[in-house]
Design a protein around this ligand. Structure first.
Ligand code: IYR
Length: 222
């Protein structure tokens, strides 16, 4: 074998099934508490926390380990204001003609509208870019694989980590999203995938009263 392999030691954490069951129950309880939050406090978060969150997201598996992502962390008030203005411009058009009546109806229970205050209130926004291909140092294009799957998984890691730290986020997809690459002057191989504000929930934050599908609807045992 020409490539190098190293031993992988992932220590067994629980020495009996009951301990494993208990830990899985407890983790499920923690994760079930995650909600998409649209009302943020402007309380600051230490920058190292955001660095560590991005480290966690960027540890996700990816097609051929190409790691086809860039995480742009925005804390500058100027950039946040520009991004909010551009996002609201697109969302205004979405909510006033571009989204179908069915779509608007489906969104009614979430109380969303074109206004995106969280973009300027949250201390940080992370804009996740996907790299459809890489540009090598000599300018050549190099292929990436399963880019949407890879970047989606990285965003899942990020959401889960944010929640486990007692912080909140929201998967915002202002559409079309190309204004983000333009505003942030990203190279042509990067396309915005998701915009995630990160911060503490506002004391007054509310979330819609919705249920998750029961296991019987989402799990099939063969
Ligand atoms: N992008 C819009 C609309 C929107 C779409 C879906 I699907 C949602 O789950 C929530 C909102 C917005 O961010 O308001």
């Amino acid at each position: 074998m020409s490539e190098e392999f190293v031993p992988y030691n992932h220590p067994v954490k629980f020495d009996n099934d009951q301990a494993l069951i208990n830990a899985s129950r407890s983790l499920n309880k923690t994760i079930q508490g995650r909600r998409s939050v649209r009302e943020f406090s402007d309380n600051p978060i230490p920058p190292e926390v955001i660095d560590n969150l991005v480290r966690i997201a960027a540890s996700a598996p990816s097609g051929a380990h190409k790691q086809p992502w860039t995480f742009v962390v925005v804390s500058s008030e100027t950039y946040k204001a520009k991004i909010r203005e551009a996002a609201e411009k697109e969302e205004y058009l979405n909510y006033n003609g571009r989204m179908s009546d069915d779509w608007l109806n489906d969104l009614r229970k979430f109380g969303t509208n074109w206004e995106k205050e969280f973009i300027t209130t949250a201390p940080y926004i992370i804009i996740v870019f996907k790299k459809s291909y890489d540009i090598e140092s000599n300018g050549d294009k190099a292929k990436n694989y399963y880019v949407n799957e890879s970047v989606g998984i990285a965003c899942g890691f990020l959401l889960s980590a944010i929640h486990q730290l007692g912080l909140v986020s929201l998967t915002h997809t202002p559409s079309p999203m190309n204004f983000l690459a333009e505003l942030l002057e990203r190279p042509t191989n990067e396309k915005a995938f998701l915009l995630m504000p990160v911060g503490y929930a506002a004391d007054s934050a509310v979330v819609p009263s919705i249920d998750r599908k029961p296991l019987s609807e989402v799990l099939l045992n063969y």
